[in-house]
Design a protein around this ligand. Structure first.
Ligand SMILES: [Zn+2]
Length: 696
């Protein structure tokens, strides 16, 4: 589903990386220790004894980031004397200034960014070349540099504590809200990555995105042993998303589905093993039999501008470009490592800083999901429902979801009538919220903070960063009105907007606005989305349907947890073999994928050494993002279980969204009573299997 805040992946990665590093102490200014000792003695005499540890910590934090270019010994000493808050009242005043003014800075930057992208994002007629230039401009890109240069960052470092993930996890549960807010304030300035290193990383990741964005397979040009074309003309499948989704869709095709699925599995294996002929990538001018790997010029023209093909087609394989691309990312990431002593690998930055769930815990959670005896029970259920032995691609089985009570035509008609325009949806938001259990007053307030705009794409939710601005719900409404698919997405995005509104306007500290990470806002959005039929006044699913839905969620979580384990394994291998060749990385990736498969899936599917788990494109273009998906499923289960137990969405949603941006486990414990973990999903799956009457 769409991300709550729309940023290009490059910008997102840049932000991630800028939030990652801390300054490598290349060469400490020679005078620094002497100045620190002098200030310690001088200021200690002027403050209460209990303030002294705070002084020492503040001095050390400033010293860690101070460079010769920031000023000489006299400048350093003058800065500390002027800006060190000598008592609690002074500290409160500095904290209050930062909280108030950073809201203005972030808030106006977000508004500016949104305005610059208006023509690109909204359905407002043609996009001029100049609109793309505006959309690509990021006015806030240099703020962190500015704050170090004008010394505001040093004021924070001098007066508020930088914390490690370990401190936040072990001490955080007993912190006051103000202590959490101070931790988040200091974290903003716990980094100072050189611009050229940051840009190099952004360039390499943009190239990886480009490589993936063009990796289309022209399905009409896939042929089987009898030269039959199994897919319709013009069908273009972007790897891996569309290949996987086509496998899912083919479960509904009793005639050709299985043949097609086997063919697509072969395509995926060719991509992973890099035995795919280079000529067939994004090329409708050639036909390809993925089983024999025969390639030849196509007699069918079904693209508007096919690549001209003259003479025989080369069957030369793709020369490990997939793995060379990944290695380039590793090398750019390693250049950041020296600037990040507290999280000295990209793996640590992803888990400790972006996710705030230690890698070892994430791994243990994924392994618990996959090694549960439930996997074998669900596999038997899939086999019984399919009426055949399982095959590797059945990890994407989606036949648990029943064809609904209502036909697509009925649903489209109902939604079109209710929402002919985006404005009609906006006007209905108070009613939707009241139906979900929000009070009348709160429904009106929240609705007043959300504007609905007509989106160019499928839809997204964009929060604001200051209380005086409204959140934006972008939704696609065709000339005939909103269709059911658009409505289903709009309800999901509305869930994001409501979370964004409450977690900004009703959180006690602006510095704690938001949720711990993306998975949490997704979980809350899915709660809304799950009520979409109910909100239309249509009947909600019965117990058996809900049970099947839970089993489906478990099957999906297992698949993506296994994929995440492969992703994590590959990054560890790369860090251990930084000088590897693309071919060596290919072999290592295949070995890791087979190993994860053999451990968890081979026993329940009955086939060994499958490499499909390495096909995800995220592995190449989104660096260790995949673990967010299984964590997201688990969080959604925990949140939904709590809301079901409470019997109300509205009240619980408000209570949870007010918790703000504390550590994930702190949030989850306050929201549901337990930290992030697999138990809610495993319990629900066990109960669902009993409801369905699945054999033990
Ligand atoms: Zn979403």
């Amino acid at each position: 589903m769409a991300h709550p805040i729309r940023v290009g992946m490059t910008a997102a990665l840049l932000t991630m990386l800028l939030s990652a590093g801390t300054l490598a102490r290349a060469a400490e200014p020679a005078w620094l220790r002497g100045s620190m000792d002098k200030l310690k003695a001088e200021l200690s005499a002027a403050i209460a004894p209990e303030e002294r540890p705070r002084l020492e910590r503040g001095l050390a934090q400033v010293a860690q980031f101070w460079q010769e270019t920031d000023g000489d010994a006299a400048a350093f000493e003058a800065f500390v004397r002027e800006h060190f808050a000598r008592d609690q009242a002074a500290r409160d005043a500095v904290f209050e200034r930062f909280e108030r003014l950073l809201e203005q800075v972030d808030g106006h930057m977000a508004e500016l960014g949104r305005e610059l992208r208006t023509q690109a994002d909204l359905d407002l007629g043609p996009i001029l070349p100049v609109d793309e230039l505006f959309a690509g401009y990021e006015p806030g890109a240099h703020i962190l540099d500015d704050f170090f240069q004008n010394k505001l960052a040093f004021v924070v470092l001098l007066n508020f504590p930088l914390t490690t993930l370990d401190e936040r996890l072990t001490q955080g549960p007993s912190w006051t809200r103000r202590q959490w807010a101070e931790a988040r304030l200091a974290q903003r300035f716990g980094k100072r990555v050189p611009a050229d290193v940051a840009l190099e990383f952004a360039r390499v990741t943009a190239e990886a995105e480009q490589y993936i964005a063009q990796y289309n397979i022209w399905a009409h040009h896939l042929v089987d042993a009898s030269d039959r074309r199994l897919f319709p003309a013009r069908m273009r499948l972007l790897s891996h998303w569309n290949l996987r989704d086509q496998i899912k869709a083919d479960y509904a095709d009793r005639q050709q589905g299985l043949t097609r699925q086997r063919l697509l599995q072969k395509v995926m294996e060719r991509i992973v093993t890099q035995t795919i002929p280079a000529a067939v990538i994004d090329n409708p001018a050639v036909d390809w039999n993925p089983t024999t790997n025969d390639v030849r010029a196509s007699s069918v023209k079904d693209a508007d501008s096919p690549r001209p093909q003259t003479g025989p087609v080369s069957a030369e394989r793709e020369p490990d470009t997939r793995y060379a691309t990944l290695l380039a990312t590793l090398r750019a990431a390693r250049k950041i490592d020296p600037f990040s002593p507290t999280a000295p690998t990209l793996i640590a930055r992803r888990f400790d800083e972006n996710r705030e769930i230690p890698e070892a815990r994430a791994r243990a959670i994924f392994e618990a999901v996959l090694s549960s005896p439930l996997l074998s029970r669900v596999a038997h259920l899939v086999q019984a429902r399919l009426g055949r032995r399982l095959e590797p691609f059945d990890i994407w089985y989606d036949g648990f979801l029943p064809r609904g009570t209502y036909s697509a035509t009925e649903l489209d008609a109902t939604v079109r009538q209710r929402y002919p325009t985006a404005q009609a949806f906006e006007a209905d938001i108070p009613r939707i919220l009241e139906r979900l259990g929000f009070t009348h007053e709160r429904a009106l307030f929240i609705a007043s903070r959300i504007a609905v705009d007509p989106a160019r794409g499928s839809g997204h939710a964009m929060g604001s960063a200051m209380r005086s601005a409204r959140a934006r719900l972008r939704t696609r409404v065709g000339p005939g009105g909103m269709d059911y698919k658009g409505y289903n997405i709009a309800v999901h995005e509305l869930g994001h907007n409501v979370e964004q509104t409450i977690s900004l306007n009703d959180v006690d500290h602006w510095l704690l606005a938001g949720v711990p990470n993306n998975a949490f806002t997704e979980a809350l959005a899915f709660v809304f989305q799950g009520h979409d039929l109910n909100l239309l006044g249509l009947s909600t699913p019965d117990e058996k349907t809900l049970a099947l839905r839970t089993v489906n969620q478990y099957w999906m979580t297992c698949e993506i947890a296994a994929v995440a384990l492969v992703d994590m394994g590959v990054w560890h291998w790369m860090y251990e073999h930084p000088d590897a060749t693309p071919a060596e990385l290919r072999e290592a990736t295949l070995a890791i994928a087979r190993d994860v498969w053999n451990r968890y899936y081979a026993p329940v599917i009955g086939v060994r050494d499958v490499t499909l788990l390495a096909v995800y494109s995220h592995m190449i273009d989104s660096i260790l993002y995949l673990p967010d998906y299984p964590i997201g499923h688990l969080i959604a289960f925990q949140v939904e279980a709590k809301m079901r137990a409470a019997g109300s969405v509205g009240q619980e949603f408000e209570r949870m969204a007010r918790l703000g941006q504390v550590a994930p486990d702190v949030w989850m414990t306050q929201a549901t009573g337990s930290p992030v973990g697999p138990e809610a999903l495993l319990d629900a799956t066990g109960r669902a299997l009993a409801e369905i009457g699945a054999p033990r």
